[in-house]
Ligand binder design. Sequence first.
Ligand code: ZN
Ligand code: ZN
Length: 136
Amino acid sequence: MLLRARGLSLTPQRRAILRHLSARGGHWTAAEVLTSLTGEFALASRATVYSTLSLLRELGVLADVPAPGPGGEARYDVNPEPHQHFVCRRCGLLEDVPLAWFPVVIPSGVTPGFAVDQFRIVAEGLCGGCGADRSD
Ligand SMILES: [Zn+2]
Ligand SMILES: [Zn+2]
């Protein structure tokens, strides 16, 4: 496992938090993680959850999501595959979308001094539940 390869060990509780998120997928604010864990781990403290999330992000296990969650709180992405995001302007729904939806060709030589190797795209609009398919 990635963490072991880096010579790091996770406490059983941190490992359990990672398992919990991986099994569910999606994008989480720290507050949502805490709420979700509370039923499952009686000892999940706010401090443990927050420090575990930032550790997992530093290790590259969780990625930052370029669209903040409710209240502008940072979100963590459990999906390890490269992808972009769609966010519903009305309800805040956040979905993964394939890279192929927004093909980006990086012209060579237009950014001298920079080596651009990825774009983070957030598409905005309305999800199905908020009326994307309605004409009104
Ligand atoms: Zn919506
Ligand atoms: Zn994602």
